[in-house]
Structures are given as C-alpha cells and as structure tokens.
Ligand binder design. Structure first.
Ligand SMILES: Cc1cc2nc3c(=O)[nH]c(=O)nc-3n(C[C@H](O)[C@H](O)[C@H](O)COP(=O)(O)O)c2cc1C
Length: 355
C-alpha cells in the first residue's frame, strides 16, 4: 500500500519528492555567524527530505542573539549559503531558510560589536542563555523599539529575503513562533506597547503582517511560509484569552497576502502544553495555502494525519539530527538512531555530521 508520506507534493512552483520536511533546528556550528563546509555537508546528507528548512538564521546583526547562529545579510554569509544550497540541489533536495530574529532572546556577548538588543517592549526574557565567552548569563532588558527601529527591522527581513533567493534558497520561512522577534509582537506577555504596534489583536499582528508584506514585495508571496506557535510558552510567552482570535485574524491577513504555507508548532512532545485541536482544525480549514504539521511525529502518526487531511506535509526535527537518511530508514522500516542531546548546540562535527 502506498504511504501518503512518501508521495510527491506541490509547494508553490516546487515539486517535492515526498511530504517529509526537515524541521528548522538551530545547531550552532556557524562560527563567526557564517555558514561553512561542515554545514554544507550536514544539509547535503539530509537532502532525502522533500524539503529542508534550515536552522534559524538572522536577517540582521541585531538578530544574532545565540552563539554561532548564521545570518543571511552579509556577503560572506550569502556566499557560504550558496555552497549549502548548491550542495542540497545537486543531491536532489529543496531548501528554505528560516529567518529568525532573536529579539530579546539574546546577549551582547553573542552579538557583533554595535548590534542592538531590540524588542517590542523593555521586558527581559526570563532565565539565562549560553554565551561562549562567559558561560550562562541572564537575559538583558532589551531596548523597546522606536517606530524607526521597527521600520528598519521590517526592511531588514525584506532585504534578507532577497539575499536568500540570490543565495539559491527555494524560499524563506518567517519564524513567527517560539518567542522570537515576530512572536514577541504577537504575544501579550512580551508586547506591552500602547501605540499601533501593541494592545489589540489588530495591532499585535501588524509586525508579522508587515514583515510578510515587505518580504512578499521582495521575492513573491509564493516563496514565503510562516511558522507559528499558538498556545506556545517558550521564551517567556504565554497563552491569553485572545489567542484564537489573534491567529484567526493573522491567517486571514496571510490569505490576502497569498503566503505559501503555515507551519504550526506543537511542542507537547517536548513537555509543552498541547495546542488546542479546535484551533488547529480552524486554521487548517481557513488557510488557503499549504499546512505543515510538526511536533513528535513518527511514520504511523504522519501517515494518519496526512490521510485525515490535517496537513499537507509533516516536519521531523530530532529524528533528522541522528538519522541523515531518515526518509530511507522510514521507507525500509529500519530502526532509528537516537540523538545525543549533549551535542545539539556544541561546535564541531561531533553529533552533527558523524551520525
Ligand atoms: C536542537 C533543536 C533546535 C531547534 N531549533 C529550532 C529553530 O531554530 N527554529 C524553530 O522554529 N524550531 C526549532 N526547533 C524545534 C523543531 O523545529 C521542532 O519543532 C521540534 O524539535 C519538535 O519536533 P520533533 O518532535 O520532530 O523533534 C529546534 C529543536 C531542536 C531539537
């Protein structure tokens, strides 16, 4: 019997050889924030996926909050990414870059000189983060963005989208999930603004919508997806009473822009609260583009959810870390290798390209 997960799919102008998506995963191997040969090898080995979505990649120096994450705004970064996209394409894969601006989830010790830690409001993220020079450090209080800072940041997303396509990416995914910059505007725990960028649902979705519009003007909406995490509680975000209304309104706006896909995070497999199944079904029914499922998937559940029309594609995260040939293994029924989480974010090839 044909398993739906392994059937081809259309994504905008792309033909995907199967419905397996490699989920975006920060791996912190980009020394100096520039993609390197090791990363080229890592992604090329995983080109069996119908679509690869890269690790979170910053559109701006201001968005490089974590140690050793890549950017896609300088010449050196784009040259590095060109080698990655060439490698994946030569191996028969397709690849989108995830644009992740870390916003307040940041530390100056991780950032280039002169970069600023921006957020909608001057509210520090809870807890601490890793820095290579000083170990664990508390998150600093970010600078609340002025209207000019917001306009600049939106323009940076659009410029990065353009550079990404020039570097050979098939498209971009806007990271509007998990408490990073775009989600910091969406969420009431992080957005305490009283101007047109905060308060009402309409105002809180404005940044996400403007980033999507500016990026679409740069590269076309048919090359842009968005990752969202309704009911997420990561990086100090929290559900509120307007959660369903906010995401329904956002999806309506993304429909009118003509966005290619939404990619819905559900981290209940990682101990986070479950995402309301009613809201997921509502978003599935109302969004006109494709829908990527994610979070704790295995072969059986992936096929079941595709067959029940809950989504069009299924993202696998952790299984891809330790099984570069994941698609082949799933097809052959080969047992999967378990990932070693001690090497998720450590520099070098150990736990990265040696599985
Ligand atoms: C090491 C690691 C890094 C991750 N980095 C990102 C990221 O950069 N962007 C993102 O949207 N999600 C990120 N995630 C979340 C994954 O995309 C995915 O949603 C999560 O692992 C659940 O899927 P899984 O059960 O298939 O692993 C990361 C997850 C892991 C394990």
């Amino acid at each position: 019997m044909t398993q739906t997960l392994f059937t081809p799919a259309t994504l905008g102008k792309l033909q995907l050889k199967n419905r397996v998506v490699m989920a975006p995963m920060t791996r912190s191997r980009a020394d100096g924030n520039v993609p390197n040969e090791l990363m080229e090898k890592y992604y090329r080995l995983r080109a069996g996926a119908g679509l690869i979505i890269t690790e979170g990649t910053s559109p701006s120096a201001n968005g490089l909050g974590y140690a050793r994450i890549p950017g896609v705004f300088s010449d050196a970064q784009c040259e590095g990414w060109k080698r990655v996209t060439d490698g994946v394409h030569a191996a028969g894969g397709k690849i989108f870059v995830q644009l992740m601006h870390t916003g307040r989830v940041s530390h100056s010790a991780n950032m280039p000189a002169g970069a600023k830690i921006f957020a909608p409001s001057a509210v520090a993220a809870p807890g601490e983060m890793w820095t290579d020079s000083s170990g664990m450090q508390p998150h600093p209080v970010p600078t609340a963005m002025s209207a000019a800072d917001i306009a600049l940041t939106i323009a940076e997303y659009a410029a990065a989208a353009k550079r990404a396509v020039e570097a050979g990416f098939d498209g971009i995914e806007l990271h509007a999930a998990n408490g990073y910059m775009i989600d910091q505007f969406l969420n009431t725990a992080t957005n305490q603004r009283t101007d047109t960028w905060g308060g009402s649902v309409e105002n809180r979705i404005r940044f996400a919508v403007e980033v999507a519009k500016a990026s679409a003007a740069a590269i076309g909406a048919e090359r842009i997806g968005m990752r969202i995490s309704p009911y997420g509680a990561f990086n100090g975000t929290a559900p509120d009473a307007e959660m369903d209304a906010l995401y329904e309104r956002l999806i309506a706006e993304l429909n009118s822009i003509g966005l290619l896909y939404i990619h819905v995070v559900d981290h209940s497999s990682m101990g986070a609260p479950e995402v309301s199944p009613a809201l997921k079904a509502k978003l599935r029914a109302s969004f006109k583009g494709k829908y990527i499922l994610s979070g704790g998937y295995d072969l059986v559940r992936a096929n079941a959810d595709l067959d029940a029309n809950r989504g069009d594609l299924v993202a696998f995260g952790r299984p891809f870390i330790s099984n570069p040939d994941l698609v082949q293994k799933l097809q052959n029924g080969t047992a999967l290798t378990a990932p070693n989480f001690n090497t998720f974010y450590t520099p070098g090839e150990k736990g990265y390209t040696d599985y």
